[in-house]
Design a protein around this ligand. Structure first.
Ligand code: ATP
Length: 323
């Protein structure tokens, strides 16, 4: 393989730039031509493809977002769209692809690589950490640290006024951001989709804490929780405990942005380097994860959203430390 393409697809995550940089520089080191494809699969369909040099990726390792831009591309779901994408790659002589994105992007890559002779390597770029086959995803560490910083600030004002804050964090249908940020900020309750909590149980627990004058400042809720988010939960609590001073804070997109943490830059660099090595060694159509600090390769066919049970140990820690 002498010509490769790299793109970012789906939701952006901090560290994607570091991954692109590693792919470009490792490819060039091995004598390859490396092409940047703008706006994910949309750039493949539109032919928005440009040669990148080592210097094209200078001064981006510390930046959030993705300098190649990203998108969700409806045309790529269709056979015609993928054919156009393939033709555009062929025009540039591109023989292999590195796709940085979430499980949806991997599914697109899997279908494309089954249809055409373009091997694909996936790198998990998502803040949600919801992909099976890796302990970490590029962007999770930064996002969770952003959430922690914000929650610490909220706790100061919550404490000053003896207010209860319900803080909603991202993660879609995965509770990892909520769990990590909740544990590390000392939230009294953490609600995640992986472990159902009934509103009745939660309110009973709040009332019990009130009886023994335990101050509760913070409930961290994952956006995918069944209550329908922080606003819905607040309505329930307000109804049962009208005297409770209550505020809702939805952290939202600040969790996606910002300069990537050292950890995310390092894993992105490692994964980007290994993506090119995979193409060189003909270890095709896998996505690269890190498991027990070792590179771990999962066939794209098996790339799925992580529907993992959160271990009882974690839940016990939350319970004991928040009493
Ligand atoms: P995030 O986790 O941030 O949402 P993602 O990669 O899962 O990222 P998706 O929107 O699911 O994001 O997928 C990104 C793009 O991948 C889609 O817009 C589409 O272009 C392509 N894609 C996803 N699934 C398929 C599929 N089944 N067939 C073809 N292309 C797909």
């Amino acid at each position: 393989i002498t010509k490769i393409g790299v793109l970012t697809s789906g939701g952006d995550s901090p560290g994607m730039n570091a991954a692109i940089r590693a792919v470009v520089r490792t490819g060039i080191y091995h004598g390859m031509e490396v092409y940047g494809i703008n706006r994910g699969y949309s750039g493949m369909v539109d032919g928005d493809i440009h040669r990148l040099e080592g210097r094209s990726v200078a001064n981006i390792i510390q930046r959030g977002g993705t300098f190649l831009k990203t998108s969700r591309c409806a045309e790529f779901f269709t056979k015609e769209g993928r054919k156009t994408a393939y033709d555009n790659l062929k025009k540039h002589g591109i023989e292999g692809l590195v796709i940085i994105g979430g499980d949806g992007s991997f599914r697109g890559a899997q279908i494309f690589s089954n249809e055409y002779d373009i091997p694909c390597i996936g790198l998990p770029g998502t803040i949600d950490k919801d992909i099976a086959g890796t302990d970490f995803t590029i962007g999770f560490d930064t996002a969770v640290n952003t959430a922690v910083e914000a929650i610490d600030k909220i706790r100061d004002t919550a404490d000053a006024h003896d207010r209860l804050f319900i803080i909603e964090v991202m993660g879609r249908d995965a509770g990892y951001i909520a769990l990590h940020s909740g544990i590390s900020t000392g939230a009294e309750h953490i609600l995640i989709p992986e472990k159902k909590t009934s509103v009745e149980d939660l309110i009973a627990s709040l009332k019990e804490k009130e009886r023994r004058k335990k101050l509760v400042n913070m409930i961290v809720v994952a956006e995918g929780e069944d209550f329908g988010g922080a606003d819905e939960l607040a309505k329930h609590i307000k109804k049962e405990m009208p005297h409770q001073e209550l505020r809702v804070c939805i952290l939202g997109h600040i969790q996606r942005g910002g300069s990537p943490s050292c950890f995310d830059r390092v894993i992105a660099s490692r994964m980007g380097y290994h993506a090119v090595e995979c193409l060189m060694e003909e270890r095709f159509n896998v996505f690269i994860g890190i498991v027990n600090n070792k590179m771990h390769y999962t066939p794209l066919d098996e790339a799925v959203k992580k529907k993992q049970r959160i271990s009882e140990e974690w839940l016990k820690i939350v319970k004991i430390l928040a009493t």
